[in-house]
Design a protein around this ligand. Structure first.
Ligand code: ADP
Length: 194
């Protein structure tokens, strides 16, 4: 099994690159943003709770997100591996993920961090807001999300760096160039299937 964390601020391209990676390497995609939006659209109790935080650009409480992830990993016991996209976003989430994977006799092998300058992130997200229909893609909420990233999510990169798992990739080149650089790192662990 090979498990990858795709790391980076809102708008850094994690979703786009995840799509490329999962088809090239036959990995399962776990995006907490997508899972939460699905809960919101189905009006589940979890979704109703999560929406309050998401609409303000704040992180959803750890216990809500961790519970959701655990079930998702169990859904595909024969997976070649997982891409975690938008998770872990706090130190407690990173610790919980380590425990979940240890229980399955596996671990996080690699963390790829997409680096994109802040002015480019805001530009991309405001533009996405005009087409995505996402209620959190307004300039005010975007600024809050980036603040949450610096305060709570950046320390997760330090944690993986201390364990020698973190690699930085420039995320404001073209989609293809960025994917090529990401692949070079992944190829050290896993061969493409396509
Ligand atoms: P982005 O990275 O572009 O902000 P996501 O789709 O990953 O978007 O997440 C959207 C929102 O969902 C976040 O602002 C947050 O409220 C919530 N969310 C997603 N993943 C997590 C997580 N791991 N922990 C807490 N909240 C999360």
């Amino acid at each position: 099994m090979f498990n990858l964390v795709l790391f980076g601020p809102p708008g850094s391209g994690k979703g786009t690159q995840s799509e490329n990676i999962l088809t090239t390497y036959d990995l399962q995609h776990i995006s907490t943003g997508d899972l939460l939006r699905d809960e919101v659209s189905r009006h589940t109790p979890l979704g109703t709770e999560a929406k309050k935080y998401m609409d303000q650009g704040m992180l959803v409480p750890d216990e809500v997100v961790i519970g959701m992830i655990s079930g998702k990993i169990d859904d595909t016991p024969d997976a070649r591996g997982f891409i975690f996209d938008g998770f872990p976003r706090t130190r407690p989430q990173a610790d919980a993920l380590d425990k979940l994977l240890e229980f399955k006799n596996t671990k996080i092998h690699l963390v790829l961090a997409l680096d994109v300058p802040e002015h480019e992130l805001i530009k991309r997200l405001v533009h996405r807001g005009t087409t995505s229909g996402r209620s959190d893609d307004t300039e005010e909420v975007i600024t809050k999300r980036i603040k949450e990233y610096h305060a709570k999510t950046k320390p997760v990169a330090d944690y993986y760096n201390e364990h020698g798992k973190l690699e930085h990739v420039i995320g404001d080149h073209t989609i293809e160039e960025t994917f090529k650089t990401l692949s070079k790192h992944i190829n050290k662990y896993l061969l493409p299937v396509t």
